[in-house]
Design a protein. Structure first.
Length: 401
């Protein structure tokens, strides 16, 4: 069965492959998902390793080097990883629209089923594995994206910029008025200690801790949700122009993203990290404006590198093709490593070692994903979600060549 693949220059080429029927598969897009998986794991692993992170305070047992490592993670990755995922969600949305149009089927009902399936997965993920789930947010925001799916690309970009500006203004106004996300640091430190101890408990205690954390997680979505939707809109605009299907033609745009994104994005990220991360509203306001620029620079660098070094994209792409499976499995492995369900290392591993554990998990995922995608069309969770979406069992195993 023929499908489209990209050549070494990021162009779409025709090849014989049964990985996804007659879908358009864009390697650089999968590679971007793979990069986003790594970045989001580097951020999320801190919330598995310590209960203090969720309460927006540092572990008092951490020394200067530990705080430096946490600061580097805040500087380079916090508020950037999920924006890449969100951009790709919006881009993929346009591919799904086109696929439904080619097959002559109604898009709305199938997308609603997909959103419902994603929401259920997100709820289970938040309760059982990780209280910082993003899937439920994507499912709900996806319904809004469905409602505005006919928006023009230029209007989508204007709307995205407006959303970012409004969120930044509201956060900045709150900072000027003296609001703070950590009004009582002593209470936050005590809560962090309790959360860390709870994470070292058994499965029932861990689930209860996740449930207690849900209100705070929902509060954080007041900022994260609108920014994710803004990235959806940017991805939708890019998808309408099929920008990732011909990366070699976007060299000028990608260079501009790097020239602007790195200096401005890193400067804003520095203010964000030095100010204490999300807990500081002034730094948060700056990061809201500059984090999308740094995320765009990261994407531009990978896209340019992928066109010149195809093996880089090929190494990351299998993990990106089964991103949902890998996202959930990251949480499962971290649950086993850090909570009392498994090794119970929460609060006992310094930040540098925590980051090394995250990198090790991702390297294993790269190898497993490459092995899996050589034999199967979809990741296991993607296959189940696709079956629910289309109300039929799709073929999973690749036919023997």
């Amino acid at each position: 069965m023929n499908m489209h693949r990209t050549d070494g220059q990021g162009r779409v080429r025709q090849s014989s492959d049964d990985a996804a029927g007659d879908r358009t598969r864009i390697d650089v897009m999968d590679a971007l998902r793979g990069l986003a998986l790594l970045l989001i794991l580097l951020v999320n692993v801190s919330f598995f390793a310590s209960g203090y992170a969720f309460h927006l305070v540092g572990d008092p047992a951490h020394g200067a080097f530990d705080r430096l490592v946490d600061g580097v993670v805040e500087l380079l990755f916090a508020m950037k990883a999920y924006l890449l995922f969100s951009f790709l969600f919006g881009y993929s949305f346009t591919l799904q629209l086109d696929s439904a149009a080619r097959r002559g089927v109604a898009f709305g009902p199938s997308f609603l089923r997909r959103a419902c399936g994603l929401f259920v997965l997100g709820v289970l993920h938040a309760v059982l594995l990780f209280h910082g789930d993003i899937l439920t947010t994507y499912a709900l925001l996806g319904l809004v994206l469905l409602a505005v799916r006919r928006i023009a690309p230029r209007t989508a970009l204007v709307a995205a910029a407006t959303i970012v500006g409004v969120v930044a203004f509201v956060v900045g106004l709150a900072a000027v008025l003296g609001a703070t996300l950590v009004p009582d640091e002593a209470a936050a430190l005590a809560a962090g200690a309790r959360s860390t101890e709870a994470l070292r408990g058994g499965s029932g205690v861990v689930v209860l801790e996740h449930l207690r954390s849900l209100p705070a997680m929902l509060g954080g979505l007041a900022v994260q949700g609108p920014l994710a939707f803004a990235a959806f809109l940017v991805g939708l605009a890019a998808g309408r122009h099929r920008m990732l299907a011909a990366v070699h033609t976007q060299e000028s745009l990608l260079r501009r993203c790097e020239r602007v994104g790195y200096p401005v994005g890193l400067a804003g990220a520095a203010l964000f990290a030095v100010g204490g991360g999300t807990a500081n509203l002034t730094g948060l306001m700056v990061s809201i404006v500059t984090a999308p620029l740094l995320a765009a620079a990261y994407a531009a660098t990978l896209l340019r590198l992928g066109t010149r070094r195809p093996r880089v994209a090929q190494a990351l792409a299998p993990a990106g093709r089964m991103a949902l499976t890998n996202y959930l499995s990251q949480s499962l492995v971290c649950l086993f490593v850090f909570t009392g369900v498994g090794l119970g290392l929460a609060g006992r591993v310094p930040p540098a070692q925590t980051q090394l554990i995250a990198v090790a998990i991702f390297l294993v995922q790269l190898a497993v994903s490459a092995w899996w995608m050589r034999r199967f069309r979809y990741g296991p969770v993607e296959w189940a979600l696709r079956a629910w979406t289309h109300q039929q069992w799709p073929p999973l195993r690749r036919p023997a060549r």
